[in-house]
Design a protein around this ligand. Structure first.
Ligand SMILES: NC(=O)c1ccc[n+]([C@@H]2O[C@H](COP(=O)([O-])OP(=O)(O)OC[C@H]3O[C@@H](n4cnc5c(N)ncnc54)[C@H](O)[C@@H]3O)[C@@H](O)[C@H]2O)c1
Length: 432
């Protein structure tokens, strides 16, 4: 099939490359000329394991092409995926739909035959209706169908998630279009993905509700961890015991830092705004948002307590600063609150992250990026394991500092508390 992805970011580039790998002809469009130039030279602008190989293979086979020319992409494609960003509006909670509406208006100029226009961007309910209105200003409604096909891939696992999704949700009332999209996704359905067809508004709400529910699970177990710390109970035992109930399930029940990234924080906020508009108070989601913001302050308070409330001149090392491993994404990471606070209060921060140095910390006082674990932990007073990268899972702490026993605050519960204490380390973790 001939398809195009508008927006060659995480979602557009990953799904575009993977669709090409399934044998389709794919044009990835982006307004960012620099990004397109890089992609043509096989320089991948994002950190995503396995993506470079798939892009390289399909670009050289001619199935995957990159362009800034939207007209070329739209006129040559049967299915058009909108994959542009929907960030939070500045100083507001609602989703900024400027990019989606701009792209919709641009598409409307170049419709030369029947087009299936699919929204993969996460958008509030009724956005599909608005896109349809924009496009119908220039075109007869028989010439296009606007469909919602929310994307569920996770950064860091994006290729695997595209190839082996739990479900593919298609929202449209046009049965011919459903058939065509089912056909496009057929190789994934044959490998076990559930195909779920519904109407457009339901598909839009499924994505927001799924993200809000997962965010709730994380905040729930984080709050239970706070209780566990007070009563000497191991939150991991609680998670296992809860997760064994099939109605609950064990995933997203691991206590740790606040949830972050490009999706949960913005989508939970946007969902509450949509619901408020329809005079429905999503009080649970609202308290999850508050709980998640508070989580970062709770972690800072614990750091202060570990250091007996003496932060000034303390050497604090961070292992990992991204919101999760296998990504360079810093959006809404707990480290963005923790590191500036500690640095402003006089701590000397050294950090190492496998995805590289972060510009956002370069202006902070006494905050330096180190090239490896050893350098980051040199003479440290407190080592904070912030992100669960594989290379932090089997550290020989005794080799890191020969002079003194390191104090460790493990926000990911990567090590056995019992073993660490037997080895003589002062080891703090989450909810244990
Ligand atoms: N990142 C994820 O893990 C993820 C997962 C599921 C869903 N989503 C959703 O998918 C959408 C895209 O997210 P992303 O992370 O891929 O965003 P991104 O910021 O990585 O990429 C968006 C791209 O769109 C391009 N763009 C903007 N306006 C354009 C225009 N007029 N023409 C052409 N290109 C244009 C930008 O230059 C950018 O490269 C969002 O709604 C997001 O919520 C993201």
């Amino acid at each position: 099939m001939k398809i195009c992805m508008i927006g060659a970011g995480y979602v557009g580039l990953v799904s575009g490359a993977c669709f090409a790998d399934l044998g389709n002809t794919v044009l990835c469009v982006d307004k960012d000329q620099n990004k397109i130039n890089k992609l043509k030279k096989n320089i991948i602008p994002i950190f995503e394991p396995g993506l470079k190989e798939i892009v390289y293979k399909n670009y050289h086979s001619g199935r995957l092409k990159f362009t800034t020319d939207l007209k070329l992409a739209v006129t040559n494609s049967d299915i058009i995926f909108i994959c542009v960003g929907t960030p939070t509006l500045k100083n507001k909670k609602s989703a900024d739909l400027t990019y989606v509406y701009k792209v919709s208006s641009d598409i409307s100029r170049y419709i030369n035959k029947f087009k299936i226009i699919v929204t993969k961007s996460t958008v509030p309910i009724f956005t599909g209706d608005k896109i349809e209105k924009i496009i119908s200003k220039r075109n007869n409604k028989k010439l296009f169908e606007v469909v919602s096909n929310p994307e569920f891939l996770r950064e860091g696992e994006a290729i695997r998630d595209f190839r082996f999704p739990d479900r593919i949700v298609i929202g449209t009332s046009n049965s011919n279009v459903t058939k065509k999209l089912k056909n496009l996704y057929d190789p994934l359905i044959k490998k076990g993905a559930t195909f779920f067809a519904t109407n457009r508004r339901s598909a839009e709400l499924i994505k927001y509700s799924a993200n809000a529910f997962l965010a709730t699970k994380i905040s729930f177990i984080n709050e239970i961890a706070n209780l566990c710390e007070k009563i000497n109970v191991n939150v991991e035992d609680v998670s296992i015991g809860m997760g064994l109930d099939k109605r609950i399930g064990s995933r997203f029940l691991r206590a740790g830092p606040a949830y972050g990234g490009s999706c949960f924080p913005k989508d939970t906020k946007a969902l509450t705004v949509s619901a408020d508009y329809f005079k429905t108070n999503l009080s649970i989601v609202k308290s999850v948002i508050k709980s998640n913001q508070k989580r970062k302050l709770i972690l800072i308070e614990r750091v202060k307590k570990i250091l007996s409330y003496k932060i000034k001149k303390k050497k604090i090392s961070f292992l990992g600063v991204t919101f999760k491993p296998n990504t360079d994404d810093m959006r809404e990471s707990s480290s963005l609150v923790m590191i500036p606070y500690l640095s402003k209060n006089g701590a000397m921060i050294r950090y190492y992250d496998p995805s590289g140095e972060k510009n956002i910390f370069s202006k902070l006082k006494n905050t330096i990026f180190c090239k490896n674990i050893t350098e980051a932990c040199k003479n440290t007073d407190l080592l904070i394991i912030h992100t669960e990268w594989d290379e932090f899972k089997a550290i020989d702490f005794s080799k890191l500092s020969k002079k003194k026993k390191i104090i460790i605050y493990d926000l990911r519960n990567l090590y056995s508390k019992k073993l660490m204490e037997m080895k003589g380390f002062k080891y703090f973790s989450i909810g244990r």
